[in-house]
Design a protein around this ligand. Structure first.
Ligand SMILES: [Zn+2]
Length: 107
């Protein structure tokens, strides 16, 4: 499986609407990820924008948790798995997690 080329986590919200990754390698600046403030520099940073920033900053951690869950055979709810070439049912949590990961990491 090919991994997405997103900025490695963890990501941090600078409390002003900007999301950054971590300084790594020879870089001396944290890589920019996103700007969640619609009117930067205006002093207007809404409650919803702050919530969006926190959610976006948590994305790498949430993705890793989802990857862990997608490998957890204990959460499988399939009753017919052996009938369909060992694939998970579309409503199985493993299938749902795998589909969400594929969507979040597609090129
Ligand atoms: Zn399953």
């Amino acid at each position: 499986m090919t991994r997405a080329a997103h900025t490695p986590g963890p990501w941090q919200d600078n409390e002003a609407g900007l999301i950054y990754g971590q300084v790594s390698g020879d870089d001396d600046e944290a890589p920019f990820v996103a700007d969640c403030c619609n009117k930067p520099g205006s002093g207007e940073y809404t409650t919803q924008e702050k919530a969006n920033a926190r959610l976006i900053a948590a994305a790498p951690l949430l993705l890793e948790i989802l990857r862990t869950k997608a490998r957890d055979k204990e959460i499988c709810t399939c009753h017919t798995r052996s009938w369909y070439g060992n694939r998970h049912d579309t409503q199985c949590p493993i299938s749902i997690a795998s589909d969400a990961i594929a969507e979040a990491t597609r090129a």
